[in-house]
Design a protein around this ligand. Structure first.
Ligand code: IVH
Length: 735
């Protein structure tokens, strides 16, 4: 692999990992299995090790995932919450021991082996034995304050029994039992709401609810295994910690193993595997920890994980079954995706009859054909994946799967034309077949579901099932038509069949109507994203939303026109360049003419850069610009604009003209009492100010919170005014 190839591969993997981190940590809606995720991340780490010139502190391999959500107060952990290095192989577990023994200069090490709980990490702070705070891991140094929600966990004592230290941070995992998971999902299915993928996601989604009463209805549970800050110190080893937690009457894991040396640890990992399916919580591995805490401190940690512990992850559960058929689903952008219809088989506690095949390329790569015996995997996630086929077991003459032939060359839902297209989504790249009919029922339902999803307008209560039904009945064609369906009508919606009706009901309808009303006030960026404008992703929508006042302005955007114009000019410039090899000048005269022309083109490009394009990020490129303009100039976009106008919905952009901080540069340092760093930055940017990372003579203010560092001294030395959060609010309100 050349360095160039490695570099682009690293960039692609980083984008993929970042995409999946977002889905997993922030939204609790993973799209791939944990195993597939680990494979991606391992590949990235290997590439970075092989090509250290492309390593970066920003790489997901160097960071702890970020679970912070909106609406929670952020709190700093007294001691950082790290993640764990993980591995799927024995040799690496042994290498972990060899490394530690060398580092500590002792061969004779004692370990504990504990279940790795597949839940949501949390840190509980008890002061003088009283539970005062519960915080998610967040990004490691600070997380979301979820105290109110954690207090609803029935098995968690709010007071430690017996003597307690002045302050102690106790770490553990919040989870939902399989039974509770089934109960809640069944309830959601009945209400036509989107289902949660697995207990972990439901636990994470629950703890991030803003309504503690709703949280209390879902029976969360907790188990504790770790220690953060503790003053004064009360335990000296993992073994003592577990005893102490039990003495305090806190819930702990059923069992831990005490291993003398790595051979015993490896044996314990095997024993745990045989037992783990009987536990109330899901487990995906074993954690091997150095028992002695003094030695732990000596071993220390990297930016991301302790050197004294490692997680061994068990291979996900797999099963073998046959592919009965390969059917095709149509998504919101019209992409045709294949699904394997399987002979039902029991896997990891549930019956599986379908598995995703992602795309045609993947079917080819894994050589999966109708009738094949296949191995499928499920590691707690929604849609199981097909791992591989067994071509040797296949009868002769079974043809390769041909997606186009399978659908008879047309969309299986609407019968419309299909075309081969390049897809370059964040999560996948390759070629796919796409239904060309914007009005295809499947695309409509997909767009409506997306419109209402958390990522878009967060119109809760309208999941995939409801969306499909509304479109099927033609109550809704384009997403905004949703506003035309009355509460009374919605309440009568039948999600079942005539024989077995499942009525949406008044309660759900009332909730949905309230949510759609609330969505009206969301800003342009959210609406733009929610309307599924081709090629406009979340970050592009945000940038466009900051640069336009409303949809009408965006539809005619001078800025987007300038982007397209610049791309045209650049293309022309390249063609006409006197040194062009593709198009060499025909004569000296021609050369001179072209030189002049290029100078003129350069001037036009410079004028665009200094004018309409000043400060426009690369996110808004010619592809996005052209597709946005043509979307709103053509039928579909025009129809949406007209409908929104008729409904009186006019989402506003967050354009900054002259604000209270125009011309001012602010440097942030330390932890603010209520605002998250990003929120403070947003406020400053929204008021026309700039945010900078370092203090100089040009800095207008240093905004300082608790534990501010050297920036404060620098500000004092340069005579730059220092303000706190209240000071910022004062500036913003003009007080
Ligand atoms: S100890 C300094 N023990 O797994 C970090 N972690 O994938 C030490 N986890 O962030 C963590 N079960 O949230 C530890 N028995 C266990 C665990 C456990 C689950 C979580 C933890 C960690 C994540 C890493």
């Amino acid at each position: 692999m050349t360095p160039e190839e490695a570099q682009s591969r690293i960039a692609a993997r980083r984008a993929q990992v970042a995409h999946h981190d977002e889905r997993y940590y922030r939204e609790a809606k993973p799209e791939i299995t944990d195993f597939e995720y680990d494979v991606l991340k391992h590949e990235l780490a290997e590439l970075e090790a092989k090509f250290p010139q492309f390593a970066s502190v920003d790489s997901p391999t160097q960071r702890v995932g970020d679970d912070r959500a909106q609406g929670f107060v952020e709190v700093a952990h007294r001691q950082k919450m790290l993640s764990l290095d993980n591995t799927y192989n024995e040799a690496e577990v042994r290498a972990f021991h060899t490394r530690l023994a060398k580092l500590l200069g002792v061969d004779d090490l004692r370990y504990t082996v504990e279940p790795k709980i597949d839940g949501l990490a949390v840190s509980l702070t008890y002061e003088d034995g009283k539970l005062v705070r519960a915080v998610t891991r967040g990004k490691g140094d600070r997380g979301d304050d979820v105290t109110a929600n954690v207090r609803t966990i029935r098995t968690l004592p709010h007071t430690l029994l017996g003597a307690a230290p002045r302050v102690v941070e106790i770490r553990g995992e919040i989870y939902l039992s399989a039974a509770e998971f089934e109960r809640i999902n069944a309830e959601r299915a009945a209400a036509g709401e989107e289902l949660y993928a697995n207990p972990r996601n439901l636990a994470a989604g629950t703890i991030k609810q803003l309504d503690a009463a709703e949280v209390a209805r879902r029976k969360l549970a907790i188990v504790l295994y770790g220690l953060g800050y503790c003053e004064p110190e009360v335990v000296r080893s993992q073994t003592e910690l577990r005893e102490q937690l039990q003495a305090w009457k806190l819930p702990v894991v059923e069992r831990i193993w005490h291993a003398h040396g790595i051979d015993e640890a490896w044996a314990a990992i095997g024993e745990l595997d045989a037992l783990r399916r009987t536990f109330a919580y899901g487990t995906d591995g074993a954690v091997v920890k150095l028992d002695d805490m003094e030695l732990q401190r000596t071993a220390g940690e990297t930016a991301k994980a302790p050197r004294w512990a490692i997680a061994y992850k068990y291979q996900p559960d797999t099963a073998r079954t046959r592919v009965r058929a390969i059917t095709i689903q149509v998504g919101k952008t019209g992409i045709l995706s294949p699904v394997a219809e399987l002979e039902p088989v029991l896997l990891a506690g549930s019956t599986i009859s379908r598995a995703t095949l992602h795309n045609e390329d993947e079917i080819r790569r894994k050589d999966i054909r109708v009738g094949d015996l296949v191995e499928i995997e499920k590691a707690g996630e929604v849609i199981p994946a097909v791992l591989r086929s067994f071509p040797d077991e296949r009868a002769a003459g079974v043809p390769e799967f041909d997606l186009r032939a399978a659908v008879g060359g047309k969309c299986p839902v609407c019968g419309g034309m299909i075309a081969r297209v390049e897809v370059a989504a964040e999560e996948a790249q390759g070629v796919a077949w796409k239904c060309q009919n914007y009005d295809c029922r499947a695309q409509r339902a997909g767009r409506l579901g997306f419109f209402c999803s958390r990522r878009a307008l967060a119109i809760d209560g309208l999941g995939e099932v409801v969306a499909a039904r509304l479109v099927e009945l033609e109550w809704v064609k384009d997403p905004p038509d949703l506003y035309d369906v009355s509460l009374e009508t919605l309440a009568t919606l039948n999600l079942g069949t005539v024989e077995e009706p499942r009525i949406f009901g008044e309660k759900n309808a009332t909730k949905l109507v309230a949510a759609r009303e609330a969505a009206k006030a969301l800003p342009l960026e959210k609406w733009l994203y929610a309307l599924s404008v081709p090629d406009v992703g979340e970050s592009t929508a945000r940038e466009l939303g900051r640069r336009h006042r409303n949809l009408a302005e965006l539809a005619e955007s001078p800025l987007l026109r300038a982007v397209v114009q610049k791309a045209d000019l650049l293309e022309r410039r390249e063609l006409e360049a006197p040194a062009s090899r593709r198009n060499p000048p025909k004569s000296e005269e021609d050369k001179a003419r072209r030189k002049e022309l290029c100078a003129q083109l350069d001037a036009e490009i410079a004028a665009l850069d200094a004018g309409p394009l000043a400060g426009v990020p690369a996110d808004i490129g010619p592809v996005v610009a052209a597709s946005t303009l043509s979307f709103f100039a053509d039928g579909p976009g025009r129809r949406l604009l007209a409908k929104l106008r008729e409904l009186g919905i006019d989402p506003q952009g967050t354009v900054v003209t002259a604000g209270r901080l125009t011309g001012k540069t602010v440097v942030l340092t330390g932890t603010l009492p209520t605002l998250k760093r990003e929120e403070a930055e947003q406020l400053i940017l929204a008021a026309g100010g700039k945010v900078s990372g370092s203090v100089s003579k040009k800095t207008s203010y240093v905004l300082a919170g608790a534990d501010a560092g050297s920036k404060l001294e620098k500000a004092a030395a340069l005579g730059v005014p220092v303000i706190d959060e209240a000071g910022l609010r004062g500036l913003l309100s003009g007080a």
